[in-house]
Design a binder for this molecule. Structure first.
Ligand code: ZN
Length: 192
């Protein structure tokens, strides 16, 4: 029991009381349910990898967004991770493609540009195809550092914009509501 509670406590946003509640709930359910839960977790772990093009989570070599012919390949929205991508998808406003960096530049944590999926992004910037890159990174020191770095690097290839910040400083993209996020996208500006 203690081991199970401990595992739940490690999840983001789950405190000791919620962990206990979840563990007790699961133990009261039929055994098949625990079996299904454990199997789904292990299967996801084994099957889900990274899209070879954009870095989003995917069970196939290319994710469902990259293979979708109806999406505009001329616009690439750059996000820090798959959670942010999913937050923007929830707005249903963006019809372009994405690129998932896998983090933000943070010298304090030893994360330099070389550890992020930046070279792969540059390779995608065929000037015949890509007209715009939208930087949709969280408004934070790390987000701003990464945006600045990318803007300088990408400007020779295409137009670089960033989402407008009605978002408060330090706020996580994934927690922004759909309307705020849709507005931030719509009000994007050319990176100065
Ligand atoms: Zn992809």
């Amino acid at each position: 029991m203690a081991r199970l509670i401990e595992q739940f406590e490690r999840l983001p946003g789950i405190g000791p009381r919620s962990a206990q509640r979840l563990a007790l709930y699961l133990l009261r359910q039929p055994e098949e349910q625990s079996q299904a839960f454990a199997e789904a977790l292990l299967a996801a772990r084994q099957l889900v990898g990274q899209c070879q093009r954009c870095g989003h989570l995917s069970a196939e070599s290319h994710c469902n967004i990259c293979v979708n012919q109806e999406r505009n390949i001329g616009i690439i929205c750059v996000v820090a991770d798959s959670r942010d991508l999913l937050a923007i998808e929830r707005t249903r406003e963006f019809k372009g493609n994405y690129h998932v960096l896998g983090g933000l530049i943070s010298p304090m944590d030893g994360v330099g540009p070389e550890t992020l999926l930046i070279q792969a992004l540059i390779k995608r910037l065929d000037p015949e195809v890509v007209q715009e890159v939208i930087l949709a990174l969280t408004p934070s020191v790390e987000g701003d550092t990464t945006s600045l770095y990318l803007a300088r690097l990408l400007r020779p290839f295409c137009k670089v914009t960033r989402i407008a910040y009605g978002l408060p400083m330090g706020s996580e993209l994934e927690f922004a509501d759909e309307i705020t996020l849709a507005r931030a996208l719509e009000g994007r500006r050319t990176f100065e």
